[in-house]
Design a protein around this ligand. Structure first.
Ligand SMILES: Cc1cc2nc3c(=O)[nH]c(=O)nc-3n(C[C@H](O)[C@H](O)[C@H](O)COP(=O)(O)OP(=O)(O)OC[C@H]3O[C@@H](n4cnc5c(N)ncnc54)[C@H](O)[C@@H]3O)c2cc1C
Length: 282
């Protein structure tokens, strides 16, 4: 329960409100979107605005939300693959006890950033054996189907194989960083490579398979219990990987993070950092 219709990349602009009642509970109203697995979740992590009079990053608090509260309404959103793994979530007077607040009131952005940095490592840095993940699938097809091979595809496959191996070992290094504390912005670099590689590798596999690669026509409404980037047929993987450069932060936004916080390049101009959220144009 992070993204909203008006707050995705600019997440700190979010408008879902949490107001404290006399009993000390928080009453939450607003709309969230793209909420993965909301139809399955018992608990969700939620960020909401607790002080609109403060600049956008400072007036946010972080809560654990009980998805069985009668004010939580979950509606499916279908994806390019036909399935609905994510949802819109409407929050109507949802009651959250103060004990379910994580971090201090107004400190939610700091907690959310830690969550996001962990999410990027968990999306992009899954522990894999050599030739695990998407590169393993296409390598298998390559070995089993000599009839499909061309010299040009061979060169591209080799280059991607090396990139995938480098990304895998970089992931291992990042996990060691995680063991000693919170992940740094380098996790954004790993998630970037993950998205680029998945899209290039699944594209290569569809090319390799030719007509067979296009054999994906399952448009039945499905509510998957697991997100599986590497399962099913090549056509499915090709379509599902399109979301990899959006979920967990878009590739453009992650490039900005790498530029500013890893490479130390000048920050993008931001003129809204010190203005009260309620006075921002939305
Ligand atoms: C499969 C999937 C699962 C998801 N699951 C969840 C979930 O469980 N929970 C959740 O809260 N959200 C989830 N999301 C939402 C995701 O985090 C957002 O879609 C993402 O952050 C982008 O926000 P947006 O869609 O509003 O696009 P926008 O922010 O409107 O971006 C539109 C375009 O503008 C570009 N752009 C925006 N700002 C900049 C900038 N400063 N510099 C350069 N380019 C910029 C973007 O890169 C993008 O191309 C999921 C998304 C997908 C695809």
């Amino acid at each position: 329960l992070f993204s909203e219709p008006g707050a995705g990349s600019d997440l700190a602009a979010l408008g879902t409100r949490a107001v404290r009642d006399e009993g000390g509970d928080w009453i939450v109203n607003g709309q969230k979107v793209w909420t993965s697995s909301a139809h399955l979740a018992r608990w969700a992590i939620l960020i909401a605005r607790t002080d609109p009079g403060l600049p956008k990053h400072r007036g946010i608090s972080y809560f654990i939300c009980d998805m069985t509260d009668p004010g939580v309404e979950v509606r499916p959103l279908r994806q390019i693959t036909g399935e609905a793994e994510f949802n819109e979530v409407f929050l109507n007077d949802v009651r959250i006890p103060d004990a379910h607040r994580l971090g201090a009131v107004g400190d939610g952005w700091k907690v959310a950033r830690t969550t996001l940095m962990n999410e990027r490592v968990s999306i992009g840095g899954a522990r894999l054996p050599r030739e695990g993940g998407m590169i393993g699938t296409v390598s298998r097809t390559w070995r089993e189907r000599p009839d499909l091979r061309t010299h040009e595809l061979h060169q591209r496959l080799l280059a991607l194989w090396v990139d995938a191996e480098v990304a895998r070992m970089t992931g291992e290094r990042l996990r060691q960083q995680l063991a000693v504390g919170r992940p740094g912005p380098e996790g954004s670099g790993l998630k970037l490579s993950f998205a680029r590689l998945n899209q290039q590798i699944s594209g290569l596999e569809v090319e390799l398979l030719g007509d067979e690669g296009l054999l994906y026509d399952d448009w039945t409404m499905r509510r998957p219990e697991l997100v599986d980037f590497t399962g099913r047929e090549a056509g499915y993987r090709y379509l599902r990987s399109k979301g990899n450069s959006i979920e967990g932060g878009t590739s453009e936004v992650l490039l900005n993070i790498v530029a500013e916080r890893v490479l130390g390049l000048p920050a993008e101009p931001r003129d809204d950092k010190d203005v009260a959220w309620k006075d921002l144009t939305r």
